[in-house]
Design a protein around this ligand. Sequence first.
Ligand SMILES: CC(C)C[C@H](NS(N)(=O)=O)C(=O)O
Ligand SMILES: [Zn+2]
Length: 316
Amino acid sequence: RFAASAQSYHTHAETMAELDRVVAAYPKIAKKFSIGKTYEGRDIVGVKISDNVATDEDEPEVFYQANIHARERITNEQALVFIDTLTKEYGTTERITKLVDSREFWIIPILNVDGQIYDMTSDTQAGRMWRKNRQPQATDLNRNYDYKWGCCGGSSGSPSSETYRGSSPESAPETKAVANFIRSRVVGGKQQIKIFLDIHSVAELVLWPFGYTTADTVPGELSADQEAAHRTIGREVARFNRYTPEQSSDLYITDGSSDDWTWGTQGIFSYTFEMGGGSFYPAPSQIEALTQVNRDPLLILAEYADCPYRAINKQD
Ligand SMILES: CC(C)C[C@H](NS(N)(=O)=O)C(=O)O
Ligand SMILES: [Zn+2]
């Protein structure tokens, strides 16, 4: 756990060491997994957290990813704090114990491994302000998903752009790996993951689909009930982190983004958090405060995983 005075951002190596520490300390409820390799050949690693963690139980699954954008390093800290919370408080905090016993959590602290390393190995205290992956034609991973890819002016076709969508959907190995993993959680024709969260920084927002259109509902893609459930849950969690809750496109139009794909193709109730901190490099002394505001939001999202429609008093 971070001693307040000694707080600093975890490098990739320190992040991997922290995951090893957690799974060694809590082998019954925590297990490492890899979803594949980055462009530069590094494993993209996460932890599964659940009781009987080695068994795939018939429990609603919850998927949280962070650091898809290289410079957004507070998001890795957020994932590590939540992993620490779930494991350390299991067996003592009833709310945590009930969740770990009744859900299967998949948490990937650093999705854009190559980019995070590149951003952190700069010669200044801050980073290189790097965003994308490290392919020669560097891709914005949050524009490379295979749903309405490049449809609507929410990304760029120019490789030099910060929002370059890649040469084709899932052309980035990192996007392909995470999409393949999520697709692999369709068991018996049913997607086991019920809640998805993509953790970003830095705007203090709770966002939900769609990003590709300003329409609140789209026949066959997002019904009034599905929109209402997303919005109600989004507003509820925003009361705790005090971020602004809104539809993703209210911020700006994005196409090929994570939430649009996880909702649009997998039917997973999907959110993006934009954390706070004022810049991509908040002072390390801010890590505790910036991550603690999401303790309840991350628990609340997981608590809806058995029935997100409960938010609008509807059955599945
Ligand atoms: C999730 C979308 C709507 C916002 C995000 N903003 S960020 N984190 O790149 O500044 C992005 O542009 O990908
Ligand atoms: Zn981002």
